[in-house]
Design a protein around this ligand. Structure first.
Ligand code: ADP
Length: 591
């Protein structure tokens, strides 16, 4: 992935939070909305039902009285006005009363009573009522068949009037009352959100919190809820519909005596105002939480990436060759361990580069040595010829004089020159380029050959060299030059090790330890070997000698040579007990 770690952390945290908040909000809103919806539907249905019952009871109450009055009037028409007053004394809404009697041609009004006092209180006159009656006549035939009809008889611009017509039980008379609408309006009083209204059986407004609609006798028959209330099979129900661009949640209940239906409606937005507000606030809260989390994620990302950047910069510095640079070990655990590992790597690089420099210096030194070796070989070659002359002339001198003492001197010259010649011969052989010629060799000859090279030098250092060579040893197969080089090295090391020792003795011995193998031992009486030195002896460049004195290559080269001869070399000897180097070589015939 190409995005930075910080972007990934921030993105991941952000996405997770947005998803979690989104799911939570969606679920919470759904639960709350469903709950609210259910409760609003219930409340609407309950209110519609209760109000419809109330309206039914109220209407029935007045209608019963009207019927009663009609019957009484039929029996004793006289004194009707007084009776009307006393009968409707408690029903303050009643403004006028009429009785129509059935005649052959139809109905004929036979009684009219108008309560002028009540009209005066409302600033109305009897003429207003007459006008209203003219405009909205009672459907007398229909009243007779239905038994009861409630009408809106309002007169524009400000007369709100309701007309209740009721037929007597025998059907011979219809009694009509004009009523102030408040008696119905009290039943449809409403809160500012809930609207309760009453429509007649044709769907026109009978009572409504909006007085205008009452006076205009608004026809609401096209409202879906009114349609269902009047024409549907169910007497009660709930529904949602849209009117004038406003979505409404509504319930209806038919009034049992058939005068119309009660409708309760509430704008959906109003119902869900609190829910929507809750959603809005939750959304704000979620945005706040997500933003806060993102800020934390950015800070966290920085906490992680800053040490990483430091690590990267340090690595760049190291890659430029500045070893030993370290980063502060800080930050989270993982970063700290990476930092510690980087520091360790940096320190290791310093160690290695130092070792490399040391190795380089030693290589230069061994180059120098080999140059010196070559020089020594050529010097030996040059000196050899005059030595031959010295030997020859010494022999000649011996023969030329009679004086015994002088003859003795010449003999000494001859012997020493001969020995010098021999040393030069060995030196030359040794320094010759390695011929990997393998031949059968006598182990004792190899020992003697190498001793001849260094015994004089050792004697000069006060070191005595003893030999304990076994007789009749089997031959070994190898390169005499290389094997002599190994022994020479062991003896010179022993001589140097005994520099400070009171007793300076090297014992070179040969023997067969088991069939097929010959052992050559070089033992000294020096300081012996400490354990840590013993572990390192054969490693290249290990030396305890002063700079310029040892290369640390002698024993490692020796081991390479012996192993090339399919043999082994090891060292024994505790501190203070002298050191013994043991070479084990297979014999030519077996091993
Ligand atoms: P160098 O002689 O150049 O140091 P070598 O590989 O020959 O290298 O020897 C490595 C080291 O082994 C010497 O520096 C010395 O410390 C130790 N060593 C070798 N021979 C002996 C010995 N006979 N007694 C004690 N220490 C020895």
């Amino acid at each position: 992935m190409r995005w930075s770690l910080r972007t990934q952390i921030v993105g991941l945290v952000g996405a997770m939070l947005v998803a979690a908040m989104g799911v939570y909000l969606a679920l919470a809103t759904r639960v709350v909305t469903a709950d609210k919806e259910a409760s609003v539907y219930d409340v609407n249905a309950l209110v519609a039902g209760t109000v419809a019952q109330q309206v039914g009871r109220t209407v029935d109450g007045i209608a019963d009285k009207l019927r009663y009055f009609g019957q009484e009037y039929e029996i004793t028409p006289g004194d009707a006005e007084r009776r009307a007053r006393s009968l409707f004394d408690a029903d303050e809404a009643v403004l006028s009363l009429e009785v129509f009697k059935r005649t052959e041609g139809g109905f004929e009004r036979s009684f009219l009573f108008v309560d002028n006092k009540r009209l005066a209180e409302l600033n109305l006159t009897a003429d207003d009522l007459t006008e209203a009656r003219k405009r909205t006549p009672a459907p007398l035939e229909a009243v007779q068949s239905a038994g009861l009809v409630l009408q809106n008889a309002s007169l524009a611009p400000d007369l709100a009037l309701v007309r209740l017509s009721s037929a007597t039980a025998d059907g011979r008379a219809v009694v009509i009352a004009d009523l102030r609408p408040e008696w119905l309006l009290s039943a449809v009083s409403t809160g500012h959100v809930y609207k309760v209204f009453l429509v007649d059986r044709l769907g026109r407004v009978l009572a409504h919190p909006d007085g205008e609609l009452v006076i205009k006798r608004e026809d609401l028959s096209l409202l879906p809820v009114v349609k269902d209330a009047l024409g549907g099979k169910l007497a009660r129900g709930t529904e949602e519909y849209e009117a004038n661009g406003v979505r409404k949640v509504a319930a209806f209940a038919r009034v049992e005596n058939g005068v119309g239906a009660v409708v309760v409606e509430v704008p959906r937005d109003e119902v869900f105002k609190a829910t929507n507000e809750l959603t809005r606030r939750s959304l704000l809260f979620a945005v706040g939480v997500v933003s806060l989390a993102l800020v934390f994620a950015v800070l966290l990302g920085r906490r992680v990436t800053r040490p990483l950047r430091e690590l990267q910069q340090t690595m760049m510095v190291i890659s430029r060759g500045e070893f030993g640079v370290e980063v502060p070990v800080a930050g989270p655990t993982e970063i700290r361990s990476v930092g510690a590992a980087l520091n360790e790597m940096s320190r290791e690089l310093v160690r290695r580069s130092e070792q490399l420099q040391k190795t380089n210096a030693q290589l230069v030194q061994s180059e120098k040595l080999s140059a010196v070796g070559e020089l020594a070989a050529s010097v030996a070659h040059e000196v050899k010829n005059p030595m031959v002359g010295i030997v020859g002339f010494a022999q000649l001198g011996q023969e030329s004089v009679d004086h015994v003492e002088i003859q003795e001197y010449f003999k000494l010259i001859e012997q020493d020159a001969f020995r010098a010649n021999k040393i030069l011969q060995n030196l030359l052989e040794f320094s010759r380029p390695p011929e990997m010629e393998i031949e059968a060799l006598s182990p004792n000859d190899v020992v003697m050959g190498s001793m001849a090279l260094c015994v004089h030098q050792l004697q000069m250092q006060g070191v005595k060299v003893d030999t304990a060579l076994a007789e009749g040893l089997p031959a070994i197969r190898g390169n005499s030059n290389q094997l002599r080089q190994v022994l020479l090295n062991l003896m010179m090391n022993a001589g140097q090790a005994m520099d400070q020792s009171p007793k300076k003795l090297i014992t070179v011995s040969t023997q067969t330890v088991e069939a097929g193998f010959v052992e050559i031992r070089v033992a000294d009486t020096g300081p012996g070997l400490a354990d840590d030195v013993k572990d390192m002896l054969f490693k290249p460049f290990f030396t305890t000698k002063r700079r310029g004195q040892g290369t640390g290559l002698g024993l490692s080269v020796s081991r390479t040579i012996i192993e090339a001869h399919r043999g082994q070399i090891r060292a024994e000897g505790a501190p203070g007990a002298g050191a013994t180097f043991i070479i084990r070589l297979p014999t030519a015939s077996g091993g």
